[in-house]
Design a protein around this ligand. Structure first.
Ligand SMILES: NC(=O)c1ccc[n+]([C@@H]2O[C@H](COP(=O)([O-])OP(=O)(O)OC[C@H]3O[C@@H](n4cnc5c(N)ncnc54)[C@H](OP(=O)(O)O)[C@@H]3O)[C@@H](O)[C@H]2O)c1
Length: 293
């Protein structure tokens, strides 16, 4: 396959449109765009000017040597099957989807027809269409699937100015759980912290605003010192009284969060031990405080 690709995108939503814009910018040729609604295709095509646009996917894919199925996760398998049933793929096509949680096995229909398949997952959220800056720059894309799909996926990711990691098919679920923890559950953690501040008397705005430099500082520390090196605070210091005070106050004022606070604390103790800032005795005293009552 030449270094530039002829690509088709099925699913002109947030990811599909952003991806098409950057693939074209990188010198690849948009041969086809398809989506359920013509309006979505036309919106995307304003930036892309593809050779063929159509609401019927198999009408736009035949001259593509790379097809990205960027529909919602639940439709990927069906769209792939429909493309096979309607002879939509070029015999050399490589087929990708962009789901984080699904592996390339949902493209089994294409695989059974002898095509190479893969998943190509940008580890970023794309809430809108970004004209500038390139949302792929400085992010990671994971690739998984058949060796040929992995090899090309890596090249495409680099063309988009992203960094790239390879994930095994079996590893895909846990890899996605990691992203959910780091992104979605961070929101849950910050909601807990915000609620503590509100119950401490801070305004709604102050409650979150004062935490942002702290979070940024922690990210900077992780960059410089990694984990466990970046851990600070009462568990890292073995400050049992502070933890006891927190637990008493949370129980009294906002008990719904006690379980989460204690659970996270219990998972923080071994990090402090790995950091070698607390003794085994301090660790067991902390664990006693942090045990569910
Ligand atoms: N957005 C992100 O942050 C992000 C990040 C990483 C990975 N992803 C992955 O990217 C994929 C797309 O996500 P998204 O956020 O871009 O979703 P989205 O904004 O909802 O876009 C999906 C598009 O697919 C189209 N579509 C739905 N069913 C279809 C079908 N049967 N045939 C053809 N087109 C169909 C919809 O078309 P109409 O508009 O025409 O109805 C919609 O525009 C998912 O696999 C997701 O996991 C998304």
């Amino acid at each position: 396959m030449s270094s530039t690709i002829n690509f088709a995108i099925i699913g002109c939503g947030r990811l599909g449109t952003n991806l098409s814009i950057r693939l074209k910018e990188a010198g690849h040729t948009p041969v086809g765009l398809s989506s359920r609604h013509l309006e979505s295709i036309q919106n995307a095509n304003e930036f892309i000017n593809a050779q063929i646009i159509d609401t019927i996917p198999w009408n736009v894919t035949s001259s593509a040597n790379v097809v990205f199925i960027t529909t919602p996760d639940d439709s990927i398998e069906t769209v792939c099957q429909q493309l096979i049933e309607n002879n939509g793929f070029n015999s050399n096509a490589i087929v990708y989807h962009c789901s984080g949680s699904l592996s390339s096995s949902v493209l089994a229909a294409a695989s059974a027809a002898g095509l190479n398949v893969g998943s190509f997952h940008p580890v970023q959220s794309f809430p809108v269409i970004y004209i500038e800056p390139n949302p792929f720059e400085r992010i990671y894309v994971s690739v998984e699937g058949d060796p040929i799909a992995i090899e090309l996926g890596k090249k495409i990711a680099i063309d988009l100015k992203a960094s790239v990691v390879e994930v095994s098919t079996d590893g895909k679920k846990l890899y996605h759980a990691a992203a959910v923890v780091a992104s979605n559950y961070l929101i849950t953690l910050l909601e807990m912290a915000k609620q503590f501040n509100i119950h401490a008397g801070l305004s709604e705005n102050e409650a979150l605003a004062i935490l942002k430099p702290l979070i940024q500082g922690t990210l900077n520390n992780i960059d410089k010192q990694g984990i466990p090196g970046a851990l600070t605070g009462p568990i890292s210091r073995g400050d049992i009284k502070t933890i006891r005070d927190h637990i008493q106050k949370i129980q009294q004022i906002i008990p719904d969060f006690l379980d989460l606070y204690q659970t996270l604390g219990r998972y923080t103790v071994p990090i402090a031990q790995a950091q070698k800032t607390i003794s085994t005795d301090s660790a067991s005293l902390l664990n006693k405080q942090l045990a569910k009552k």
